[in-house]
Design a protein around this ligand. Structure first.
Ligand SMILES: C[S@@+](CC[C@H](N)C(=O)[O-])C[C@H]1O[C@@H](n2cnc3c(N)ncnc32)[C@H](O)[C@@H]1O
Length: 200
């Protein structure tokens, strides 16, 4: 990983620690659209490792936020000859994420789209090889239904927050993805819990 990428990741890690302290004792509505709520420093390298092992993958990130996981995915895309499409409802977060990707020297490997994820997925072409699913949890199943027909054989789906905070929406997602034809799926205690699913 080159120094521009590690400098940007270090800046995110500093912000992550500050925001974690700010959240102590507060309700989620106080920080929902202000904090990164990122996949964190265990899941970042993990998704990078999986995506790097693919051949020229088209990576779909659903939930850009301020751009942390996108840096790990764009670095993998550069290394593996692929590209990332990342989707985010909030234009200001997406613009921040784009600036950080430019600082990291990765802007050529990641396309930032703003809007509702289900609508944006509908407009995507087929041929998706890797999905990071990390938006508000009630959207996991609608997004799965939208992107599943667009997956290539052998595609990998990683869904975040499956153990913490967990809850009914992610349980519904876990059941829905395991019921899809040709899918093998495991729940791993990495970061806040990842459901890793592979299409045969
Ligand atoms: C948990 S954060 C993503 C964190 C990011 N993956 C990271 O690790 O840095 C979830 C993001 O999903 C976005 N989001 C929520 N609902 C959405 C929707 N329907 N379409 C697109 N983005 C949405 C939120 O605005 C929020 O920024």
């Amino acid at each position: 990983m080159d120094h521009k990428v590690t400098a940007v990741l270090d800046a995110y890690h500093t912000r992550m620690q500050r925001e974690r302290k700010e959240r102590e004792g507060k309700s989620s509505s106080d920080f929902l659209d202000k904090h990164m709520l990122s996949v964190g420093p265990d899941t970042g390298p993990f998704i990078n490792l999986i995506a790097r092992s693919m051949d020229a993958p088209h990576i779909l990130e659903i939930g850009t936020s301020f751009g942390y996981s996108g840096i790990w995915l764009a670095e993998a895309a550069r290394a593996a000859g692929g590209r990332v499409t990342t989707l985010e409802l909030d234009a200001a977060k997406s613009a921040h994420a784009k600036k950080m990707a430019e600082k990291a020297g990765l802007a050529n490997y990641i396309e930032f789209q703003v809007g509702d994820a289900v609508e944006l997925i509908g407009a995507l072409s087929t041929g998706v090889d890797f999905v990071l699913l990390d938006l508000w949890k009630d959207m996991y199943v609608p997004c799965l239904e939208a992107f599943f027909p667009k997956l290539n054989p052998g595609a990998i789906i990683v869904a975040d927050n499956m153990i913490y905070p967990g809850g009914e929406s992610v349980e519904r997602y876990g059941k829905a993805v395991r019921a899809k034809p040709g899918v093998n799926s495991v729940l791993l205690p990495v970061g806040t819990g990842l459901e890793i699913s592979r299409l045969a």
